[in-house]
Design a protein around this ligand. Structure first.
Ligand code: SF4
Length: 67
């Protein structure tokens, strides 16, 4: 099972918090000023969890993919 990060751009308000917390995983799409997943991680790190809990609109969630 691999974790997968979902980022709901409909909810994202472009606050730039998640890329600040984890720039390896999140980046801003500067054409629409919303964040996106830069790279899916192999494991969920503390910084990813921190980004998830710091998002003011709850736009980021983590799912475990079942194969
Ligand atoms: S923390 Fe949430 S609202 Fe802020 S840029 Fe990231 S996804 Fe968007």
């Amino acid at each position: 099972m691999a974790p997968k990060i979902l980022l709901n751009q409909d909810l994202c308000i472009g606050c730039n918090t998640c890329p600040l917390i984890d720039s390896d995983t999140f980046e801003m799409d500067t054409t629409i000023y919303k964040a996106k997943v830069k790279k899916q991680p192999s494991t969920i790190t503390e910084s990813i969890q921190s980004a998830v809990s710091s998002c003011p609109v709850g736009a980021i969630s983590i799912v475990e993919e079942t194969k």
